[in-house]
Write a protein that binds this ligand. Structure first.
Ligand code: SAM
Length: 338
């Protein structure tokens, strides 16, 4: 597996806070699946790319202090991300090979250095995913307002689609447009996308995290992570210290609302059909903008026990195994009412 951190930073900051490369290495080392990840035939290859020489040297030193498994292959590289990634992809493309399953993290200061032309080549690799820190504040403040920098935005979006925003006066609409246009550019590459909004303590968008993948499992894993950072399912994080800000929320209420929405969607999509639970997970659930596994279980219960008449009329397990009421084991099939 390949993990690429394209804008890696210094490894550790003056306040001792760890940067993304150290976090990633420790998470991989200490992961609950670490036994699986450390099997002899498995190699975890990390590229940490940092353009600034001093930061890069610091990063190398910090990595050297870690105790890591033998199958971790680490390449800290002092260069710019686009050059390094271009050469990785060119080698693969020239040999007509495919890249190992690959997660690319792009965390720059601003909107340059990761042109859509490069992202497009990554998307052609069958097992690739990307997480992009899309710094909307920098983009809006330094690039959108300055015609000399508009060429950078053409590169960022891979087209001039973003230019419509120049005629939008309302700042919220402008932001929504710019963000949706980027999401569309990623989707046009054949990926499914999801984004997460980070709001600063002035209640302004600081940045968006864009995630894109072709894998239903990848999408579910990212949505689970987003739920744990935003427990109401709105996929936004507010860095507000204002005590007036309602911090209390009722997760059950949000879970219930999303589960009902999913139940309606499942019943509409599958009326009269018998579908495996796996297919519901890989298609309906992974494609749902918000829901994760616990909502699927709740949605199925709603459809079976709360809808009148019931919308689920049979749940079958292989080998005539019996099923406990209200459970939907992963290998079951579900028959929806006509
Ligand atoms: C926002 S910081 C990254 C923070 C890092 N993810 C962390 O958690 O510490 C962006 C970093 O990218 C570096 N950088 C800027 N342009 C770059 C480029 N074209 N290629 C690689 N690194 C670059 C900067 O020197 C800076 O250290």
């Amino acid at each position: 597996m390949l993990y690429i951190d394209g804008f890696a930073g210094p490894g550790e900051y003056l306040n001792k806070e760890e940067g993304s490369p150290l976090i990633a290495l420790k998470v991989a080392r200490d992961h609950t699946l670490s036994k699986k990840l450390q099997r002899p035939n498995m190699e975890l290859v990390f590229y940490f790319v940092e353009k600034d020489e001093a930061r890069c040297q610091n990063l190398k030193q910090k990595i050297a202090t870690l105790q890591l498994p033998n199958n971790f292959v680490i390449h800290p590289i002092c260069a710019s991300f686009d050059e390094v990634f271009d050469s990785i992809l060119t080698k693969i493309e020239e040999q007509n090979k495919t890249l190992a399953p690959c997660f690319v993290f792009i965390d720059p200061f601003g909107p340059t250095g990761f042109p859509m032309s490069l992202i497009k080549r990554l998307a052609k690799q069958p097992k690739s995913e990307v997480l992009i820190n899309f710094n909307y504040q920098a983009l809006n403040q330094w690039f959108l307002q300055d015609p000399r920098k508009h060429g950078h935005l053409d590169e960022l979006y891979g087209s001039d689609i973003w230019r419509t925003a120049l005629a939008i006066n309302d700042s919220r609409h402008k932001e929504t447009y710019m963000m949706q246009a980027y999401q569309k550019a990623l989707s046009d590459l054949g990926w499914r996308g999801r984004h997460f909004r980070m709001v600063n303590n002035h209640n302004q968008t600081q940045y968006y995290l864009f995630f894109a993948t072709a894998s239903p499992d990848g999408m579910l894993a990212m949505k689970r992570a987003m739920w744990s950072a935003a427990p109401t399912g709105d996929f936004q994080y507010f860095d507000l210290t204002n005590p007036e800000q309602p911090r209390l929320f009722n997760q059950e209420f949000y879970d219930r609302t999303y589960s009902q929405d999913l139940a309606n969607q499942l019943c509409n999509n599958h009326c009269g059909k018998t579908v495996s639970k796996q297919s519901l997970i890989q298609n309906d659930l992974a494609l749902h903008p918000i829901c994760i596994e616990r909502h699927l279980t709740q949605a199925l219960k709603i459809a079976e026990y709360e809808f009148n008449p019931p919308k689920i009329i049979e749940v079958k397990l292989p080998n005539d195994r019996t099923r406990r009421r209200g459970t939907y084991p992963d290998d079951c099939t579900i028959k929806f009412a006509p």
